[in-house]
Design a protein around this ligand. Structure first.
Ligand SMILES: [Zn+2]
Length: 315
């Protein structure tokens, strides 16, 4: 058995995972209850204790701890070295060192988007594939790249930051300081922004502008709202443009799309698949699959454990 711990900006999910990637039991704990005045990692350490006690887990049966963490992770030191967004008291957290001091178990730490693709590659949609790109579309855009069955980490572990390559040299200013980043066009935040900008034209005055979300947008398409349908079509083209470039660089067998919006098979995944297959060079598209993720919010816990098992085998 392994402990998988998925630390996000709103919650930490802890799971007891078998060596075959099956979650025996899991639980989630809020980490943002006081706007991070209590450092996330203090909450996480308490949550681990609660989880171990509640489930009567004996540490002698645990082979390792795999951590999936939001932010930029140095995978060698297991430390947070950069933070996106505004999570205070999180950067510089020594996750690996502190957990190994407490539990004396081999602990690994990998970025959450990388864990998503590792989890999907192990027991989800990516089973059986050696070259996988995972893209998570949500508030921002995250990603992970598996090349020849190994997650691409780069020199310190922060490779695969797919939200921040530029698709428009004269585009929108990004939070990272660059211009035209993928995340500024491909996130659900961008989609919602685009819909809000056309609010007056939408003919939905009974619905508050502030309440517009992904669910509302796709419901409106089903009701035949042509303006929203066009906004979504353009958004899908932007997402597709980025994927076409990634396909040409990495020649993956499968692209796995995660995030809440990936559940929209007919209105999102299908047209996205069509755009990418029509716009990549012929040979790149011949065996290319584009699919929605399968594991949902279990992917982080499972992927973190997969990385821990692989690292154990190397040691
Ligand atoms: Zn950026």
């Amino acid at each position: 058995m392994y402990l998988g711990i998925d630390i996000g900006g709103t919650a930490v999910k802890i799971g007891l995972v078998t060596e075959n990637g099956k979650i025996i039991v899991s639980n989630s704990y809020d980490v943002a209850f006081d706007n991070y005045d209590t450092p996330i990692f203090n909450t996480v350490k308490n949550a681990i204790e609660i989880f171990i006690n509640e489930n009567a887990i004996e540490l002698k049966n645990i082979k390792g701890i795999g951590v999936s963490a939001t932010g930029q992770v140095n995978t060698t030191s297991g430390k947070i070295i950069g933070v996106g967004g505004n999570i205070k008291k999180w950067c510089d957290t020594e996750i690996k060192k502190e957990l190994e001091d407490i539990y004396n178990l081999n602990t690994t730490v990998v970025n959450d988007a990388n864990c998503m693709v590792l989890g999907e590659g192990w027991v989800g949609k990516g089973r059986g594939y050696k070259n996988i790109i995972g893209v998570t579309i949500g508030t921002g855009v995250g990603g992970g790249i598996v090349v020849d069955s190994k997650i691409l980490l780069g020199s310190v572990g922060i490779a695969g930051e797919l939200g921040h390559f530029s698709i428009n040299s004269e585009g929108k200013k990004c939070t990272c300081g660059n211009v035209g980043c993928y995340e500024q066009y491909a996130s659900t935040t961008a989609l919602i922004r685009n819909v809000k900008e056309k609010y007056e034209l939408l003919g939905v005055s009974s619905f508050n502008k502030e309440d517009i979300n992904g669910k509302f947008i796709f419901e409106q398409i089903e009701k035949g709202n042509k303006i929203i349908k066009e906004i979504v079509s353009n958004w899908i083209i932007d997402i597709g443009k980025g994927l076409v470039s990634l396909v040409h660089i990495f020649n993956p067998e499968i692209i796995i799309i995660g995030g809440g919006v990936s559940k929209q098979e007919d209105l999102f995944i299908k047209p996205l698949r069509k755009y990418v297959l029509e716009n990549v060079m012929k040979k790149f598209g011949e065996n290319l699959k584009i699919e929605s993720a399968e594991l949902g919010n279990n992917a982080g816990v499972v992927g973190a454990v997969y990385y821990n098992i692989k690292s154990n085998n190397l040691n």
